[in-house]
Design a protein around this ligand. Structure first.
Ligand SMILES: [Zn+2]
Length: 459
């Protein structure tokens, strides 16, 4: 049976039919978090977007035939710095941070992965791969204790990011080593620094130290998925240098034409039109938003409301819209048994390069068929509560307080919908404007359009 899935491969810049290397079985590697801090919205976006890939592959190939690996980076400069700064042990910091991350993903209805390798469990595999790279002439131990990958040893380095030589050198400059043979060379193993504790470092043929970040993913993906596997995914900020360097290490060590055959990257996350940053005061963790009373499902729907490859502008208006949409779906569903099969139109939207906005538009048309709507929304990882739990609050999935109430929409919700309807009319999207009026009518809200705008009353 041929797969109906099409994915945009960053390596070729093409939308391609997806066929697994071994028919019927799929291996995926997704770069996971460095565990020293709470997950922010950008981390959440990558996890939620590629959870949709995981759900689709499980649906089409069967749960037992999908290996979905997401690593935990638990050895890193930032971890050591945070541990030294807070006085918390590295073991406690990484264990606590990992649990926080998994709790947040659970609130966002992200499925558990099949493998969650921790970098510190694969140090031997990393050392072995570095030794192979040295033996094959692609790496060298430098005088300053670093082991470096020699980029000019790989003639077709740079295929994924298609960077210029100048960009490559600028990117490699962050990895300071005075002993580089070429300015683009990057670090595979770094020596222990004087202020670093012994338990953050490991013995190696090149002295005590620790692996560079890139080699972690090359070694762990090989150990679990093999030298070449189907899909490698991550945020587009990882294309260069992280993924480019993973490819260089894996292909040169294993002597293969590919590391992964398909590379998928999600777009950036903005907040209210700006890059999310601590200095701009618009930096949100998943915990912040759950603490403000937003439910995990509302955040999830917001993160899936744009196409995964496009930049996503995360706004207050989008959150309100997501909550209203979920209110509408929960009201239509009303707890009947979901249909056995996910409606084809929704499946096909996801098979078409994970087109979640299209899938949601299809779900909106299922208002007359509550069992179909429930099956479709649950396939997207939504409608995970009962309608009663959703409207009355409680029942997990984000723990945020439900503000809907069983009597219907709150005044704030109604005002937000009226504002959205006005925008839709202005944009001449009369279908959407009418749909909002219908949604309000269903819940007993009467709109009155007048010269001064739209007012409302309960029927
Ligand atoms: Zn990685």
């Amino acid at each position: 049976m041929s797969s109906a899935i099409r994915l945009t491969n960053t390596l070729t810049r093409q939308l391609e039919p997806f066929e697994p290397m071994v028919p019927g079985r799929v291996g995926v590697y997704l770069c996971g978090p460095t565990v020293y801090d709470l997950a922010h919205l950008g981390n959440a976006r990558s996890a939620v977007n590629f959870d949709m890939l995981h759900r689709l592959l499980r649906h089409d190939f069967g749960v037992a035939n999908v290996a979905f690996v997401r690593n935990i980076t638990d050895v890193d400069d930032k971890i050591i710095a945070r541990a030294l700064e807070t006085g918390v042990s590295i073991a406690d910091l990484t264990a606590g941070s990992t649990q926080d991350y998994l709790d947040d993903l659970e609130a966002l209805c992200v499925l558990s992965v099949t493998n969650q390798p921790r970098a510190t469990e694969y140090i031997d595999e990393m050392i072995a791969m570095i030794q192979t790279l040295i033996d094959k002439g692609h790496a060298y131990p430098a005088d300053d204790g670093n082991v470096l990958f020699h980029v000019p040893s790989m003639p077709d380095y740079g295929q994924l990011s298609r960077r210029s030589q100048d960009d490559i050198i600028a990117g490699a400059r962050v990895e300071v080593s005075s002993a580089k043979r070429d300015p683009s060379d990057f670090v595979l193993w770094k020596p222990q620094k004087p202020d670093e504790p012994d338990h953050a470092t490991f013995d190696s043929p090149w002295g005590r130290g620790r692996p560079g970040w890139h080699i972690e993913c090359s070694a762990m993906s090989k150990a679990i998925l093999g030298e070449v596997f189907d899909i490698h995914a991550g945020g587009n900020d990882l294309i260069f240098p992280h993924h480019e360097n993973e490819i260089a290490q894996s292909r040169c060590a294993n002597e293969t034409a590919h590391m992964a055959r398909t590379w998928l990257h999600n777009g950036m996350l903005m907040v209210e039109g700006q890059k999310m940053s601590k200095s701009l005061g618009n930096f949100f963790t998943v915990r912040d938003l759950l603490g403000q009373g937003h439910r995990g499902e509302t955040l999830r729907l917001s993160l899936l409301s744009g196409h995964y490859r496009a930049p996503l502008d995360f706004t207050q208006a989008k959150l309100t819209e997501a909550k209203n949409r979920l209110d509408g779906w929960y009201r239509v569903w009303d707890g009947v048994t979901p249909a056995d099969k996910v409606p084809e139109a929704v499946l096909n939207a996801i098979r078409d390069d994970l087109n979640t906005p299209q899938a949601m538009a299809e779900i909106d048309t299922l208002r007359g068929q509550s069992d179909q709507l429930a099956a479709a929304a649950q396939f997207l990882g939504l409608l995970q509560l009962t309608p009663d739990q959703w409207f009355r609050g409680g029942g997990g999935a984000g723990e945020g307080a439900g503000t809907g109430g069983d009597a219907g929409l709150s005044p704030n919700d109604i005002d937000a919908l009226i504002a959205e309807r006005a925008e839709a009319k202005k944009a001449r999207d009369f279908g959407r404007a009418d749909a909002i009026r219908d949604q309000l009518t269903e819940t007993g809200i009467v709109l009155e359009d007048g010269a001064g705008g739209t007012t409302w009353r309960r029927a």
